[in-house]
Design a protein around this ligand. Structure first.
Ligand code: PEP
Ligand code: MG
Length: 591
C-alpha cells in the first residue's frame, strides 16, 4: 500500500451528510502535556521540530483554504486567511523560537503556555472582536500542537475548523460542545447508533461514521479525509476525482436539505388529509428558536440532564425555572414536555470531587451494569430533594405555557404514583404561599423498558400521556446495548418484537384516550416513519433539524398505504426478512 494512496474504509453510518477536511486525533482523557527540559546542544533541533510543525500547519490551512474556495461559506475562507497570517506572524515564528531557546523546554509545553497566557489575559475582556482574535490564536496554536503531539487532550469546541475528528469513543459531554461549522465529521472506533453522542451529532447535522479502525490513519499518513455519514464510508487521501465527486454530492445534499427546509412551514399531513404533529427533541434552551423556525408543533422532549454538562453540577431551582419559563414563553401555548433528569447509564457525570454535587454520583459507586442500574427516575427517587427542586421549577414555569412533566425509565406504576403525589403536595404548598401554578399539569410516562411496555394498559389508565422511547426500548427488549458495536446488528427498531410492542402501546393509549408520542430516533428514520404512521403513531418528536425530513416523508404517504405496509410488516417474525422487505418497499416509495 502506497502511503498516499486513496483508501476506502467502511464503518457504521451514524449521522447523515458529508464531511471533508483534515484528520485530528481527539483524546478525551485528561492527557496532560508533559514539560521536559531540552539541553543546550539539542535546542536547535527542538527549534527545527517546531518550525516543521509550523510548516505543516501552514500546509493544512492552505489546503483547507483551497477546499473552502470551492465549497465553504465565505466566513470560513476569511477565518482561514487570518489563520495563515498568524502562522507567519513573528509571534508564532521568531518570538516563539526565541522562547524555546531561552526557556530550554519542549516546544509543546511552550505552545501550551502561550495558549494559557492568552486565555488568562483575555478572560475578562468581553469585547467580541478580542474574543474572536483570542479564539483564532488558540485555534492556530492547537493546530501547531497537533503536529508536535498527534494525540492530545482537547475539547471539541476548540479544535481547528473543519476537523475530521478521530476518536476511540465520544461521550455526550464532548459532542454537546461541538458545532457543525467547526467539526467536519466524526469517525470513531466504537459507539452505537442511538448512543447519546450520536443523537447530538445528528441533531447538530455533523456527519458521523463509527466502527472504523482509527489506528490505520497513522499508518497511511492521512492527509485529506472524506466522511460519508449516509453510506458509512471514510475515504483517506482521496484522488482529485473522488474529491470533486464528494464536493458536488455535498452541495447537492445541502440544496436538498434547504429545499425541504423551505417547505417546513407546511402541515404534517398525509396525502389523504390525516394530521400528524411533529415536535422537537431539545437538549438546550438556545435550540428553541431553531425548533420553532423548523415548524415544530411544540417540544416533545426536553432532555434536561444536558443542563448539567456545562455547569458540572445540578442547576438550581431558580436556574431551571428561568430556563423552562423562557421555553414555555417562546412556545406561545404550544406544549413543552420537560423530562425529569435522565442521568446515569451512558449519561455519567464525573463531577470534580470539590463540586457540591459530587456526592450524588459518588454514592452510586461503580455500578456493574449502569444501563440496568440507578438511572433516571430510580436515581431521582433516591434523591428526593433533586426531584422536588425540578418539579417545583416545572410548576413555577407552568403559568407561562403548556408545561408537561415526563418521567424517564418508568418500570412500574408506583413510580408514576410517587411523582404524582409529590407534584400534588408541592402544588398545594405553592398555592398556600400565594404562588401561581397551572390548574393541572399533565404527567406522562416514557415507555422504554419492557415492563412498562407490558404494563402499558395500566400506565395509559393512570398517566396523562405516554411517550415511546424506542432508543432504550430496543436496547432493553432485545438485550442489545445501544452503544455497543458488537450488538449493532441486533439493535434495530424495525424488529418484529418492537413492532408488536408499539402496536400494543398504541392500542392501550387509544383505549384510554391518552395522547401518545414517539420520541426515539426511529421517529426520524425514513424507513420507520411510514411504518410508525401505519401502526397508528400520530405524534412524532425528533431533533429539530429532522422536522423538515419527517414532514417531507409524511406528506408523500396515504394513510391506507401506510396501514397496509404495517400489516404486511407485522406478518414477519424474522428481523432480517423484515429488514429486506422494508428496504425494498420503502426506498422506492419515499423517494
Ligand atoms: C429513548 O430512549 O428513546 C429516548 C428518547 O430517550 P434517550 O435517548 O434520551 O434515552
Ligand atoms: Mg431513553
Amino acid at each position: 500500500m502506497e502511503k498516499n494512496e486513496e483508501i476506502v474504509l467502511r464503518g457504521l453510518p451514524i449521522s447523515r451528510g458529508i464531511g471533508i477536511g483534515l484528520p485530528l486525533f481527539f483524546s478525551n482523557t485528561d492527557d496532560n502535556i508533559p514539560e521536559t527540559n531540552v539541553s543546550k546542544h539539542c535546542i536547535e533541533s527542538e527549534v527545527e521540530r517546531y518550525r516543521q510543525a509550523l510548516h505543516l500547519s501552514r500546509q493544512d490551512v492552505e489546503r483547507l483554504q483551497h477546499l473552502s474556495l470551492n465549497d465553504g461559506p465565505p466566513e470560513i475562507v476569511n477565518i482561514l486567511g487570518t489563520h495563515l497570517e498568524m502562522l507567519q506572524d513573528p509571534l508564532m515564528t521568531s518570538v516563539m523560537e526565541d522562547k524555546i531557546r531561552a526557556i530550554c523546554k519542549n516546544s509543546e509545553s511552550i505552545v501550551l503556555g502561550v495558549i494559557d497566557e492568552y486565555k488568562k489575559r483575555f478572560r475578562n475582556i468581553k469585547d467580541g472582536y478580542f474574543q474572536e482574535r483570542v479564539r483564532d490564536i488558540i485555534d492556530v496554536s492547537r493546530r501547531v500542537l497537533g503536529h508536535l503531539r498527534p494525540v492530545q487532550s482537547m475539547r471539541l469546541c476548540s479544535v481547528p475548523t473543519n476537523s475530521i475528528v478521530l476518536a476511540h469513543d465520544l461521550v455526550p459531554s464532548d459532542t454537546v460542545e461541538a458545532s457543525a461549522g467547526q467539526i467536519g465529521a466524526f469517525v470513531t472506533a466504537s459507539g452505537g447508533i442511538t448512543s447519546h453522542a450520536a443523537i447530538i451529532a445528528r441533531a447538530k447535522g455533523i456527519p458521523y461514521v463509527a466502527h472504523v479502525d482509527i489506528k490505520l490513519f497513522r499508518r497511511f499518513d492521512a492527509g485529506m479525509v472524506i466522511v460519508d455519514g449516509t453510506q458509512g464510508i471514510v475515504i483517506v487521501n482521496p484522488t482529485s476525482q473522488t474529491l470533486k465527486k464528494y464536493q458536488s454530492l455535498k452541495k447537492g445534499q445541502l440544496q436538498n436539505f434547504r429545499l425541504m427546509q423551505s417547505a417546513t412551514h407546511l402541515k404534517g399531513e398525509t396525502i389523504d388529509g390525516y394530521q400528524v404533529r411533529i415536535f422537537a427533541n431539545l437538549e438546550e434552551l438556545r435550540e428553541i428558536d431553531f425548533a420553532i423556525r423548523h415548524g415544530a408543533s411544540g417540544v416533545g422532549l426536553m432532555r434536561t440532564e444536558y443542563l448539567l454538562f456545562s455547569r458540572k453540577r445540578f442547576p438550581t431551582e431558580d436556574e431551571q425555572t428561568a430556563i423552562y419559563r423562557k421555553m414555555a414563553q417562546r412556545l406561545e401555548g404550544r406544549p413543552l414536555v420537560i423530562r425529569i433528569y435522565d442521568v446515569g447509564g451512558d449519561k455519567k457525570f464525573d463531577f470534580e470531587p470539590a463540586s457540591p454535587d459530587a456526592h450524588y454520583f459518588a454514592a452510586l459507586g461503580n455500578e456493574p451494569n449502569p444501563a440496568l442500574g440507578c438511572r433516571a427516575i430510580r436515581f431521582m427517587l433516591r434523591f428526593p430533594q433533586l426531584l422536588d427542586a425540578q418539579l417545583r421549577a416545572c410548576l413555577r414555569a407552568s403559568q407561562y405555557g403548556d408545561v408537561h412533566i415526563l418521567i424517564p425509565m418508568v418500570s412500574d406504576v408506583s413510580e408514576l404514583r410517587q411523582v404524582r403525589a409529590r407534584v400534588a403536595k408541592i402544588s398545594s404548598e405553592m398555592r398556600r404561599k400565594g404562588m401561581k401554578v397551572a390548574r393541572s399539569i399533565p404527567i406522562g410516562c416514557m415507555i422504554e423498558v419492557p415492563s412498562s411496555a407490558l404494563l402499558c394498559d395500566a400506565l395509559a389508565k393512570e398517566a396523562d400521556f405516554l411517550s415511546v422511547g424506542t432508543n432504550d426500548l430496543v436496547q432493553y427488549v432485545l438485550a442489545a446495548d445501544r452503544n455497543n458495536i458488537l450488538t449493532s446488528n441486533i439493535y434495530s427498531p424495525a424488529h418484529p418484537s418492537i413492532l408488536r410492542l408499539i402496536r400494543m402501546i398504541i392500542a392501550s393509549s387509544s383505549r384510554f384516550k391518552k395522547p401518545l408520542l414517539l420520541c426515539g430516533e426511529s421517529a426520524a428514520d425514513p424507513v420507520m416513519i411510514p411504518l410508525l404512521l401505519g401502526l397508528g403513531i400520530r405524534e412524532f418528536s425528533v431533533a429539530s433539524r429532522n422536522i423538515p425530513l419527517v414532514k417531507h416523508i409524511i406528506r408523500k404517504w396515504r394513510i391506507l398505504d401506510a396501514c397496509q405496509l404495517a400489516e404486511q410488516a407485522l406478518e414477519y417474525y424474522c428481523a432480517d426478512d423484515l429488514k429486506h422487505f422494508l428496504e425494498e418497499r420503502i426506498s422506492s416509495l419515499n423517494g
